[in-house]
Design a protein. Structure first.
Length: 181
């Protein structure tokens, strides 16, 4: 018998001073058995840091047609394609042609992620941004994840302050260019 997804609930107080976004969110994340806690945490942070009208989690790693997080306009068109981890060049090429904006949030070494794209064709790679966090930040934060979670996330001047179930974490959000070709 195949294992099912584990459901995690996050009551999030989001204060993104940089973008002027202040929201209270209740998010339910299904963690697929093959999905790591680190990937799930990165997916959650990407959702919060990109939060806007129309943002949703996709089917996750079981969906090959959509990214982990995306934003749709009222017509259903994907306007923002948000990848998690280390997407390959053909996927970024496709995403950049399809969506108005493509961005990546990675929990991996950004230089190693970028190295895989060298010499590969990625449509409009100069407009794609990759975001990463301080070394160890995601790994430390996943130690506080439960099935039901309370989370306060504050962002100011690209500095992220996370209170997850009463434990505080902090990291800068680092921005990197893709520039594959």
């Amino acid at each position: 018998m195949a294992l099912g997804a584990t459901m995690h609930t996050f009551a999030v107080q989001l204060a993104d001073v940089d973008r002027g976004v202040y929201e209270e969110l209740t998010l339910r994340l299904a963690r697929h058995p093959s999905e790591t806690a680190v990937y799930m945490m990165t997916r959650l942070l990407a959702y919060c840091l990109e939060y806007e009208e129309g943002i949703v989690f996709s089917e996750g790693i079981s969906s090959t047609e959509e990214p982990a997080v995306l934003v749709r306009d009222l017509t259903g068109k994907i306007t923002v394609w948000i990848e998690i981890g280390a997407p390959d060049a053909p996927r970024l090429h496709y995403a950049s042609k399809l969506a108005d904006r493509t961005t990546i949030y990675t929990h991996r070494d950004p230089e190693k992620v970028r190295a895989a794209w060298v010499g590969k064709r990625i449509h409009d790679s100069a407009s794609i941004t990759m975001h990463s966090f301080d070394h160890g930040f995601i790994d430390d934060a996943v130690g506080s994840i439960d099935r039901r979670n309370t989370m306060t996330l504050s962002v100011t001047e690209r500095q992220l302050y996370l209170d997850l179930n009463g434990t505080m974490y902090s990291s800068a959000v680092h921005d990197h260019t893709v520039e594959a070709s």
